[in-house]
Design a protein around this ligand. Structure first.
Ligand SMILES: *Cc1c(COP(=O)(O)O)cnc(C)c1O
Length: 386
């Protein structure tokens, strides 16, 4: 029949040469919305992949590698870390439920809780980020369904007793979720400590190069795993097979990069702790820093993100310090190979339980540059700060 086809039809039906699959180190990138099926019966077979929104080669390679990292039985992918958070929370809640959320939660997650969850009849309650596990559970009532943790907290870096909260919550039939982006589920594994859902923004350390968005939600519980998969399907989430490939590539070097980020950030933090312009260093791996005992107990290493509180100064002096930095870029997000800085105070205005600090708070992402060069850059910029 092919002989009689119009040139336009031939263009569409030209077939690649027969399948000859060679083995490369990474998986083949299968791109496709339509999945071609061999028989009519397969069109409606629920047991096989019939549509490419998820479940293609690189999606599967990435989810199985992430399941290994998280110690999970099931991992769902989302097009950003924020989408993973909002989907995971939504997947396990219904109208009338109450959730307890750390006040130091990533601000866009808080926006979702306040603007969306509350419209659908979920009662959202925030608690101070440095409460102990029994103090948090004391706030739970008969309708509390979920406790959302983030440790260390966004910008202010409070450590939470994640295992303690998970264990007490389980006794009371309350689910727990941890935004574990800082530890990348390499330095700390929430599921191994009894947390029901481990979420991370893969955009940060797993990607490692500040150029791909993605998020994951992992669990060991079959029913929660199904709820997460249903959320992917019901909300129509999909990640690009090419992006999944890039994430998998990042994942292969995660441990080596984290070792370097952690060692460099400790070196820089230690130097900053001795500087007269610095009132406080909030790095959980630094001896004497807030939450250090929890880090020693639960974490196998340090990440590259921490905060410093400068001595009291005008916003103008803070801007002069940031503008004087040469190696540190100014920008949001983190976890990439490049060092970044930003002032945190403008983002802290929506908190319910913010505690007073001596001065302005600055967040630093320590990249893969040589720490001595980063210290020299901070030294000259702090001289401008005064
Ligand atoms: C960046 C970040 C997110 C959101 O991730 P995106 O991939 O940027 O949407 C969520 N939680 C934390 C703690 C983050 O730092």
């Amino acid at each position: 029949m092919t002989r009689h086809l119009d040139p336009a039809t031939r263009l569409i039906h030209s077939k690649p040469p027969g399948p000859r699959v060679v083995r490369t180190v990474g998986p083949p990138i299968l791109r496709g919305s339509t999945v071609l099926l061999d028989t009519a019966a397969e069109l409606y077979d629920d047991g096989i992949l019939t549509y490419g929104r998820s479940g293609l080669t690189t999606h599967d390679a990435l989810t199985s590698a992430l399941a290994e990292l998280e110690g999970a039985s099931s991992v769902s992918l989302f097009p950003s870390g924020l989408a993973a958070m909002t989907a995971a929370v939504t997947a396990v809640l219904k109208a009338g439920d109450e959730i307890l959320v750390t006040d130091a939660i990533y601000k866009p997650t808080r926006r979702f809780c306040d603007n969306v969850l509350s419209r659908f009849g979920v009662d959202v309650r925030y608690h101070p980020a440095d409460l102990t596990a029994p103090e948090i559970l004391a706030r739970a009532g008969p309708d509390t369904r979920l406790i959302v943790m983030e440790s260390p907290g966004s910008l202010t870096m409070e450590m939470q007793d994640v295992p303690g909260v998970a264990n007490l919550a389980r006794e009371r039939g309350i689910l727990t979720l941890a935004d574990n982006t800082w530890a990348a589920s390499s330095l700390f594994k929430p599921l191994a400590h009894g947390v029901d859902i481990s979420v991370q923004s893969l955009t940060k350390y797993v990607c490692g190069h500040s150029d791909v968005f993605m998020g994951s939600a992992a669990t060991r519980d079959a029913a929660i795993g199904k709820a997460l998969q249903d959320a992917v399907r019901d909300f129509g989430w999909s990640v690009s097979p090419d992006d999944a490939y890039q994430m998998l590539r990042g994942l292969r070097t995660l441990s080596a990069r984290l070792d370097r980020h952690g060692a460099s950030s400790l070196e820089v933090a230690t130097w900053l702790a001795g500087h007269s312009a610095v009132a406080e260093v909030r790095h959980p791996a630094l001896a004497g820093a807030p939450g250090h005992e929890i880090w020693v107990r639960d974490y196998r290493g340090a990440a590259g993100l921490f905060a410093i509180v400068l001595r009291p100064a005008s916003p103008k002096a803070v801007a002069a310090f940031l503008d004087a930095l040469e190696l540190f870029g100014l920008g949001f997000s983190w976890g990439g190979f490049e060092s970044l800085a930003l002032n945190g105070d403008p983002q802290l205005t929506s908190r319910d339980h913010d505690t007073p600090r001596a001065g302005p708070i600055i967040r630093l992402n320590i990249g893969l540059e040589a720490p001595k060069d980063l210290i020299a850059d901070l030294d000259q910029a702090l001289a401008v700060f005064g």
